[in-house]
Design a protein around this ligand. Structure first.
Ligand SMILES: O=C(O)C(=O)C[C@]1(C(=O)O)C=C[C@@H](O)C=C1
Length: 403
């Protein structure tokens, strides 16, 4: 499947100005796209509009789904009128089965049409919680391990895999900031979330007892989530790239005095004993993962949806209060707010008159709100936010998951 004809604008009759469209080839010369734009009101950019369209690439056949207005099919019917003249239609002898077929709902589902499995990238090695999250989202998928988070983003961008599943926050350890930063640096779309109950096990070589351990290896988040158990054991903590990677190191190097914090599945894969189960400090230890893809999904109204956005604000008193009010005013609940330093402009000079010595940290704000982009109140809220946000990007709109 190759990326072709990423055509700019899909037709949306309602949108008067500045439209941003993305179109994606679905493999059979068909495409679909999400079109976001502004409406001009009184000479100002005011209103967000969002519409989705499906079409046939390489021709002009685009049929907006939402407002039902065709923008010209490019396939004239026999005897079409051209400038008042009847056009003579020549007979042709072609294999009609070669013509692109119209998209059906199944074409937009997660499974590739050729029967092959969905390929999902994750950071870590087999047995990592991220792999379990990928399998929860796409049962029976082909999981593709990646060394770093960034490699998983790139694997999607380079069409090596269909999706990536990456941890974004944990109920005990908090946010995974690296992935917030990567979301902005890459242009992938959030198409889903997975909430996974994480039950950590203490693993060791067969026959070992937990009292014999001197060191415990794991991912820093996992070590932090099992702080109390590790204190009781009085062991040295050593960070690894992922939990299953820790189990792999213990098994491969036959480390007798070293344990690993990982999943029971990792114990099975690497042939280790489970020395203790559920060793996390908090029983409600839930990690939330994001599913990323090259194309956005068409937001629905049926199931509860979330929308994730990122924006920057100009300096001034109460600007964050005003930004949050656009959601409160429309009764939209926020489920997450995170701020990250702006990498390109981490500090802002605020007193030009005073030799420019006073500086503020400059932040980007990430918000998840509980509404679909298909709802007018979401579009209105973002239109309102756009009035005072220096920068605004919709990272994705996707169905809410439950642990
Ligand atoms: O190391 C793993 O197994 C991962 O999937 C990563 C990760 C994380 O980054 O937070 C995921 C879930 C657990 O909370 C611990 C580690």
């Amino acid at each position: 499947m190759a990326l072709k004809g990423v055509a700019g604008v899909l037709g949306c009759g309602k949108m008067e100005a500045a439209r941003i469209g993305v179109g994606f080839d679905c493999g059979r010369k068909c495409g679909f796209g999400l079109n976001l734009g502004f409406k001009e009101e009184g000479g100002e950019r005011r209103k967000w509009e969002c519409c989705v369209g499906v079409g046939v690439l390489g021709q002009r056949a685009i049929t907006p789904v939402e407002d039902g207005r065709s923008q010209g099919s490019g396939l004239e019917s026999p005897g079409a009128v051209d400038g008042g003249q009847q056009v003579e239609v020549k007979a042709f002898h072609k294999d009609l089965s070669l013509l692109p077929k119209p998209l059906s709902a199944a074409d937009l589902s997660s499974a590739p049409r050729d029967g092959s499995k969905v390929r999902v990238a994750y950071q870590g090695v087999p047995g990592a919680y991220s792999e379990a999250a990928a399998l929860k989202a796409y049962p029976g998928c082909e999981t593709v391990p990646c060394e770093e988070f960034e490699a998983a983003f790139k694997a999607v961008e380079l069409w090596l895999v269909d999706k990536a599943v990456l941890p974004i926050e944990n109920s005990v350890g908090g946010s995974i900031h690296r992935n917030y930063d990567l979301l902005l640096r890459h242009r992938l779309h959030i198409v889903g979330e997975v909430q996974l109950q994480v039950n950590h096990c203490l693993l060791g070589l067969p026959g070992m007892r937990k009292e014999e351990l001197k060191r415990v290896l794991s991912h820093p988040q996992a070590l932090a989530q099992c702080e109390m158990t590790l204190m009781e054991l009085g062991v040295v903590r050593v960070s690894t790239e992922d939990t299953a990677g820790a189990a792999q190191v213990v098994a491969l190097n036959r480390l007798r005095d070293t344990g690993a914090i990982a999943s029971s599945r990792a114990a099975e894969i690497y042939g280790l004993d489970i020395l203790a189960e559920n060793i996390q400090d908090d029983d409600d230890n839930i990690t939330r993962f994001l599913i990323l893809a090259r194309e956005p999904i068409i937001p629905g109204n049926g199931r509860p949806h979330k929308t994730s956005i990122v924006f920057s604000l100009e300096e001034g008193p109460g600007v964050l209060f005003k930004a949050l009010a656009v959601f409160a005013l429309r009764d939209i609940n926020l489920s997450k707010i995170e701020s990250r330093p702006q990498r390109k402009r981490p500090l802002r000079v605020v007193d030009d008159s005073n030799k420019g010595s006073a500086k503020y940290f400059d932040y980007l704000f990430y918000i998840d709100f509980e509404a679909s982009m298909a709802e007018p109140r979401s579009q209105q809220a973002l239109g309102h936010l756009q009035e005072f946000a220096g920068f605004l990007r919709v990272l994705g709109c996707y169905p809410t998951d439950v642990p």
